[in-house]
Design a protein around this ligand. Structure first.
Ligand SMILES: Cc1ncc(COP(=O)(O)O)c(C=O)c1O
Length: 445
């Protein structure tokens, strides 16, 4: 059964059930402990809980910590977990063993790699990023600019934007580093990683990729693209759990020369010599800082067992089928309400999430609805999402106007997609989302 051969109007819930029955990844859904009656479309923010995780955490706590005590640093391999698990993340991002290590938060790891990258291009005074990048990336760059600039004269920041300037317009021989997020956190738009890397290198700059919305969502080929550094988080599509550690990738050619700014003892060549001076470890280990958060690491360890079985080509195929199905159903069933798809329709430019905006030109009976006629406005997306969550369809909202739906291919089904769109249509038809309680904002949206 292929979506391409089905007329959009002919797709029904039975079509989706048939797609589920033919899904080679269907067996993974059972490996997650999703609550009954919930359609979970927020794995791009916090991945679902693998069934094996609680038992693994319990074992690490009672046996490794409780019984093993301090001995577990050696006996349970605690000290080497960041590189051992890095090796297991490597195939998911097209990296080689020994090139990936676990970090702290993604933000802290970004600071490590961008500073190290910029130090490899001394004399160049600009850093490039994107205005629509996740804000923490831009905030971190501000510190790097200050740290590596001169007093009163930080490095210059150049931001590309859909409305210009373009990457080619900002690249020149003053650019040290380009820092981009591969799949945009709001729109799900995906850069051509190899092509962007090539253009950055042509300008003599280094390329840093933020893979937060890519790892476990789309295949990534860092080494094939010749990229320089990357970071990503493990609590989204990798299902490591809330606060699971980031990862850092550095191309092997930079290992001996990169100078990360946070020089802690776990990045030292011989941490247990307790020498007074810092001497960086060889290889990716020099990006480590201090004691890893081992309970969070244990959560990731359990989910990586599951990822070892995943075929990334199958993952991408299913991801595209899910997002295409969602887009198609939104177009055919929700357009009359003025719900528009913001995510690119070309599959090569799409990650594994779709963003919708309310109020994009509702037309009922041929005429445009106007505010006051009950027409949707972009900010209504917030209340719509809260009402949807109350119905058991969980996505999220990103200010000022986007409803985000993430499609984690290991546990989201085609029937889930159908049910989510049906629930949204029902809410729009009944108008029940307009109850004032849905408009009240929580601290986390
Ligand atoms: C693209 C991107 N980069 C960075 C972050 C921030 O990560 P952390 O809170 O782990 O530092 C996020 C969080 O969602 C993100 O989406």
């Amino acid at each position: 059964m292929s979506l391409a051969t089905s007329a959009p109007d002919a797709i029904d819930r039975a079509t989706c059930a048939a797609l589920d029955a033919a899904d080679p990844l269907a067996r993974f859904r059972e490996r997650f402990a999703l609550p009954e009656g919930v359609v979970y479309l927020d794995g791009n923010s916090l991945g679902a809980l693998p069934r094996a995780t609680p038992e693994h955490l319990q074992r690490v706590i009672t046996e490794e910590w409780g019984t093993g005590l301090i001995r577990s640093w050696n006996d349970a391999g605690w000290f080497d977990k960041p590189t051992a698990l890095g090796d297991r993340i490597a195939p998911l991002v097209g990296a080689a063993p020994g090139e990936v290590v676990l970090g702290d938060s993604t933000s802290a790891s970004l600071f490590q790699v961008v500073t190290a990258a910029a130090r490899l291009r001394p004399g160049r005074r600009a850093i490039v990023s994107e205005r629509a990048n996740f804000p923490t990336d831009l905030y971190v760059l501000e510190s790097v600019q200050e740290l590596l600039g001169e007093p009163g004269r930080p490095l210059e920041r150049r931001l590309i934007d859909d409305d210009g300037p373009t990457l080619d317009e900002v690249l020149d021989d003053d650019v040290a580093v380009v820092v981009l997020t591969h799949v945009n956190y709001r729109t799900g738009r995906m850069f051509d990683l190899a092509e962007v890397t090539r253009r950055v290198h042509e300008a003599g700059a280094l390329m840093v990729w933020d893979l937060c919305h890519s790892v476990g969502a789309v295949p990534v080929e860092l080494n094939a693209a010749g990229a320089d550094f990357a970071i990503g988080c493990t609590y989204k599509y990798l299902n490591g759990g809330p606060g699971s550690p980031s990862f850092i990738w550095a191309a092997a050619r930079h290992h001996g020369v990169a100078r990360p700014p946070l020089t802690g003892w776990h990045g030292h060549a011989r941490p247990f010599d307790f020498t007074v001076g810092y001497e960086p470890a060889d290889g990716i280990t020099r990006f480590r800082v201090g004691t890893p958060q081992l309970l969070a690491v244990a959560g990731l360890e359990a989910s990586l067992d599951l990822w070892a079985e995943v075929d990334l080509a199958e993952l991408r195929e299913k991801s595209l089928r899910l997002t295409e199905l969602f887009i198609c159903l939104v177009d055919t069933r929700l357009a009359e309400w003025g719900i528009e798809v913001v995510t690119p329709r070309q599959s090569a430019q799409r990650g594994s999430q779709v963003a919708l905006r309310a109020g994009g030109g509702a037309r009922v009976g041929g005429g445009a609805l106007r505010p006051g006629d009950g027409a949707l406005t972009p900010g209504d997306g917030y209340a719509l999402m809260q009402a949807l969550i109350e119905r058991g369809v969980i996505g999220d909202f990103r200010a000022p106007d986007l409803m985000r739906f993430g499609f984690a291919p290991l546990y989201v089904t085609h029937t889930d997609v159908w049910d989510a769109v049906a629930a949204l249509e029902d809410l729009l038809r009944s108008g029940s989302w307009r109850e004032p309680r849905f408009a009240r904002r929580g601290a986390v949206t």
